[in-house]
Design a protein. Structure first.
Length: 84
């Protein structure tokens, strides 16, 4: 069996563990980078947003605030690129 290569995700182990606990999927982020040509900042923001919604739908006000904050991060990334 051949192990998959380790990709540099440009984050510390602590950051990675915190994101994984919130539904972060590094494989999905890697796919965004490879297939769609997204830059790493955009890919991480999109992956974070999808991870927040994929595992459990937000129920509390704080969970919705976190999800909407992640969505705002994604949108602001695209808005700043549109104005260039």
């Amino acid at each position: 069996m051949t192990d998959q290569p380790i990709h540099n995700l440009d984050m510390t182990d602590t950051e990675y563990a915190a994101l994984v606990s919130k539904g972060y999927d590094p494989t999905f982020e890697r796919g965004l980078l490879e297939v769609f040509g997204e830059d790493s900042a955009k890919a991480r923001k999109i992956t974070r947003f999808i991870g927040l919604l994929k595992t459990v739908s937000p129920e509390t006000d704080q969970e919705w605030k976190n999800a909407m904050g992640a969505w705002d991060d994604v949108c602001s990334q695209y808005d700043s690129n549109d104005s260039k």
